[in-house]
Design a protein around this ligand. Structure first.
Ligand code: DGL
Length: 240
């Protein structure tokens, strides 16, 4: 039987991860849950957000998924350890800001954009301490409200928000920008207009490769089935 892989995020952002997963794993099927109703996650209190996340994880488990992809940097950086403790028999793979990629590729001046919760998380600081060399510079930028504006798909509001967020940074020559929230690749063109020379990095390819590795290790990889993708959103009628 072709069991699904569960994927979730606080709305449309995780679709950027889903698209990568579909390419890297052409014979896997996916259930995507976008929690637009509770967006933004990155500005919620710790306990409140964990309750929301648990409900989604329980729902995906009720659909008999074989692995869950946390397509949300905020949830991974905050709760990955806790989820693995609370759901010992489930395999979780989560996206984190691509700080390791920026450091490994020897970028010298990196801007990390993420939600307030991701920026202040221990995990993000660990990624910097474990990967940055003395000659590399990393600036953390908490993008309050940006994921929510992206969710609205209002181009004018998105550009206004970016102008405000970048106002103190626009004259700095960053050579790379880490898109540390899965909503941000949806506006990479807009971000590029502020920093045309910077390389934009996100973690979706790394996550897809890790999912593939986990499926192989656990002997769960499909080699021939047709791909099926089911997309749910918490704004839909009858949603969980
Ligand atoms: N897309 C999410 C992330 O990667 C969170 C956006 C939000 O809801 O704040 O962090």
């Amino acid at each position: 039987m072709n069991r699904y892989i569960g994927v979730f995020d606080s709305g449309i952002g995780g679709i950027t991860v889903l698209e990568q997963l579909k390419k890297v794993l052409p014979h896997e099927s996916f259930i995507y849950y976008g929690d637009s109703k509770n967006n933004p996650y990155g500005e919620k209190e710790y306990d409140e957000l964990y309750e929301i996340v648990r409900k989604i994880v329980d729902y995906l488990i009720s659909r008999d998924v074989k692995l869950i992809v946390i397509a949300c940097n905020t949830v991974t950086t905050r709760y990955m350890k806790k989820l693995r403790d609370d759901y010992k028999s489930m395999i979780f793979v989560g996206i984190v800001p691509a700080i390791k990629v920026a450091c490994d590729n020897n970028f010298k001046n990196t801007l990390v954009m993420a939600t307030p919760a991701t920026i202040s998380s221990e995990r993000t600081h660990e990624l910097i301490v474990n990967n940055k060399s003395a000659s590399q510079n990393i600036t953390l930028l908490s993008c309050d409200g940006l994921a929510n504006v992206i969710e609205s798909k209002d181009e004018v509001a998105i550009n206004d928000k970016l102008t405000d967020i970048f106002k103190e940074y626009k004259d700095i020559e960053f050579d790379s920008i880490v898109l540390g929230c899965t909503h941000y690749p949806l506006v990479s063109k807009n971000i590029n207009t502020f920093f045309p020379d910077a390389v934009l990095l996100d973690g979706s390819y790394g996550v897809s490769m890790e999912v593939k590795r986990q499926l192989i290790v656990h002997d769960l990889l499909n080699k021939s089935a047709n791909q099926e993708v089911i997309i749910y959103n918490s704004m839909d009628e009858n949603s969980i």
